[in-house]
Every structure is written in structure tokens, then in C-alpha cells.
Ligand binder design. Structure first.
Ligand code: HEC
Length: 143
């Protein structure tokens, strides 16, 4: 067997073996959905819920390793930081904290994550959408 053929077969073998490593892409049940104004909810749903809720859409390519590892990692990390499907135990302090974090990422323009935007151009927030989310986030603060 030629060297090139061995290399190609090895790459294919590794690719196949990677597919056997389990990743958890089962959406947990919604604990307590955040109560959101309709307009805010539809924007967040389109731009943020894939990583910040239990209502994640898993497209076909999200199931294929090694990309599946990266995507699953972002979803699990995203839910840990902010989860619109688990607003239980939210007291005033928590929600103003969430508001500050949301305002911060919107000011920075750091969310949604840029690799996600490549595959979901519609998730990019327009100026007016950013404005709506910012107004809502400000309204969450007790002061
Ligand atoms: C592709 C997945 C993904 C999408 C889509 C996404 N996020 Fe995130 N988000 C993450 C991850 C991962 C983290 C945690 C790591 C980090 O801060 O980069 C995070 C962190 C955050 C945090 C916490 C930041 C902090 O300082 O702790 C906020 C707030 C946030 N995201 C808001 C949003 C909003 C608002 C949207 C929609 C406009 C959004 N995210 C869309 C993945 C995502």
C-alpha cells in the first residue's frame, strides 16, 4: 500500500472513530421559562436560544464530530452563563445581574458568537433589535 493511501485510510478511520464518542445533545426539560415581552422573546429566540435555553435546534452538521464537540461545548457553557429556560430562583439581584451581563455583551457586540453567525446570518442583531433588547435589559434593573 502506498504511503498516501495509508494516510487517507488512517484519516478516515479516525473520523469514523470520532463519531462513536458520545455527546449529549438531548435538550433538558424547560424548568422555568423566562417571562419575556413578545418582541424580546422572538429576537432572543432567533439569536440566543440555541445556546442560552433548553430549546436548542441541533442541525445535522451539529451531530458530526469533531464539530459536534465544539458546538455541544458552546451550548453547555452558554446555558451555564445564561439560561432562558431556567429562570427559577431569580430574585431582583439575579435579574439585575443578568441585565448587566446582557447589556455588556450587546455593547461589546460579542454575542451571538461569531462562528455561530457564519452558519446563522439571521441571528445577527440589527441596530433596532439591539435597542429593543437593551431597553428590556435596562427595565430589569431595580434602579
Ligand atoms: C453559539 C452559541 C451562543 C449564542 C448563539 C449566544 N451565546 Fe451568549 N454565550 C455563549 C457562551 C459559550 C458563553 C460563555 C462563554 C463566553 O462568555 O464566551 C456565553 C455567554 C453569554 C453571557 C454571559 C457573559 C458573561 O460575562 O458571563 C451573556 C449575557 C450572553 N452570552 C448573552 C447572549 C445573547 C444576548 C445572545 C443573543 C443575542 C447570545 N448570548 C447568543 C454562547 C452563545
Amino acid at each position: 500500500m502506498s504511503r498516501a493511501r495509508i494516510v487517507i485510510i488512517s484519516i478516515i478511520a479516525v473520523f469514523i472513530i470520532l463519531q462513536l464518542i458520545p455527546v449529549n445533545q438531548i435538550n433538558p426539560p424547560v424548568v422555568q421559562k423566562a417571562v419575556l415581552p413578545t418582541e424580546v422573546e422572538s429576537i432572543l429566540q432567533e439569536s440566543c436560544f440555541d445556546c442560552h435555553s433548553h430549546e436548542t435546534n441541533w442541525p445535522w452538521y451539529s451531530r458530526i464530530a469533531p464539530g459536534s464537540f465544539l458546538i455541544t461545548h458552546d451550548v453547555i457553557e452558554g446555558r451555564k452563563h445564561l439560561n432562558f429556560s431556567d429562570f427559577s430562583n431569580m430574585d431582583a439581584f439575579d435579574s439585575s445581574d443578568v441585565a448587566d451581563e446582557i447589556l455588556e455583551v450587546l455593547e461589546e457586540g460579542s454575542m451571538p458568537l461569531s462562528p455561530y453567525l457564519v452558519l446563522h446570518p439571521n441571528a445577527s442583531l440589527s441596530n433596532s433589535e439591539t435597542q429593543i433588547i437593551m431597553e428590556w435589559a435596562k427595565s430589569l434593573r431595580p434602579w
